[in-house]
Design a protein around this ligand. Structure first.
Ligand code: NGD
Length: 268
């Protein structure tokens, strides 16, 4: 009987939420990424206290109901890390994560959110705690669609995306996916959060790149209705809008071969 009760309790904990659990070694990964970023990637940030950052990150969600996250929970963490991207260097993306990151890896002075300290630390990680426990839940975390939208991961990304957009200045860029039917999606983080938090006093132009996968039929382009939607929203906000399909300005290779969109974005 005792074994039966134990097994039942164990499996009910296991099944609590529908999303994947916290990333194994979350604390260690946060600390290691923080040191890597502040000591090697952006040594101007070498004075940041990574132990404090790790602690503030953990305190934001530990011992709390994982479906009741608020922006305030992250304020102590936000205070420790303010975004610092120079004007003209911000790159947003939507459904083009890999391509956008290839782009900023080559164009080293450009920054996606994941090239800033908090985005770098949290990218691809998952985290949640539980009321009445000092442990993280490694079994399951709330799924943003199936369980609750105010979970700690979604609230974190909405908040850091908002701050990233608020701080942008000059010309900002967005890399969009022309191989899906709506390259611009009002419900994406870019469409729902970032676009609306650009400051028209600081940002004068949004430059969109609509890129299709090689060999795939283009499903959307600068002249499509979703981009028109974006153009309308941006112009309403008194920001200039420009759009470029499959950017290419480096001409053919020495052997005459035309570069693919991917090649021209990343190697010209
Ligand atoms: O509401 C959500 C949600 N929407 C998308 N995604 C979400 N995750 C939640 N927990 N809650 C996930 O974010 C989705 O599964 C992808 O893994 C990722 C990006 O979604 P995508 O491709 O639809 O693009 P978005 O426009 O929603 O967001 C990309 C822009 C980009 O300019 C970054 O500055 O928003 C920023 N970002 C948001 C969310 C997550 C980055 C990330 C990230 N690095 O994981």
């Amino acid at each position: 009987v005792v074994v039966g009760v134990r097994m039942w309790r164990h499996s009910s904990e296991h099944m609590k939420w529908n999303g994947t659990g916290s990333t194994a070694h979350f604390q260690e990964i946060v600390l290691e990424r923080c040191y890597n970023y502040t000591q090697l990637v952006q040594p101007e940030l070498r004075d940041r206290d990574c132990q404090k950052i790790r602690e503030a990150f953990r305190n934001a969600f530990i011992s709390k109901d994982p479906c009741s996250a608020t922006e305030e929970d992250y304020h102590p963490l936000m205070k420790l890390v303010n975004p610092t991207v120079p004007c003209d260097k911000t790159v947003f993306w939507s459904k083009t994560k890999e391509l956008a990151h290839q782009y900023t890896k080559v164009q080293r002075e450009l920054f996606t959110l994941e090239d800033t300290l908090l985005g770098y630390i949290a990218d691809d990680l998952n985290w949640c705690g539980d009321t009445g426990s000092y442990e993280m839940n490694y079994q399951s975390c709330p799924h943003w669609k199936k369980d609750c939208s105010n979970n700690f991961v979604s609230v974190f990304w909405d908040l850091v995306s908002k701050r990233f957009a608020e701080n942008a200045c000059g010309v900002v860029q967005v890399v969009l996916n022309g191989s899906i039917s709506n390259a611009f999606d009002r419900k994406s983080t870019f469409g729902r959060v970032e676009v609306h938090n650009l400051n028209p006093m600081k940002v004068h132009t949004l430059q969109a790149w609509v890129i299709h996968d090689l060999g795939k039929f283009p499903s959307d382009s600068c002249s499509g209705s979703s981009i028109n939607d974006l153009k309308w929203i941006i112009m309403q906000r008194n920001i200039k809008f420009t759009c470029q399909d499959n950017y290419r300005d480096c001409g053919p290779f020495a052997d005459g071969r035309q570069p693919s969109p991917r090649e021209s974005m990343t190697s010209c």
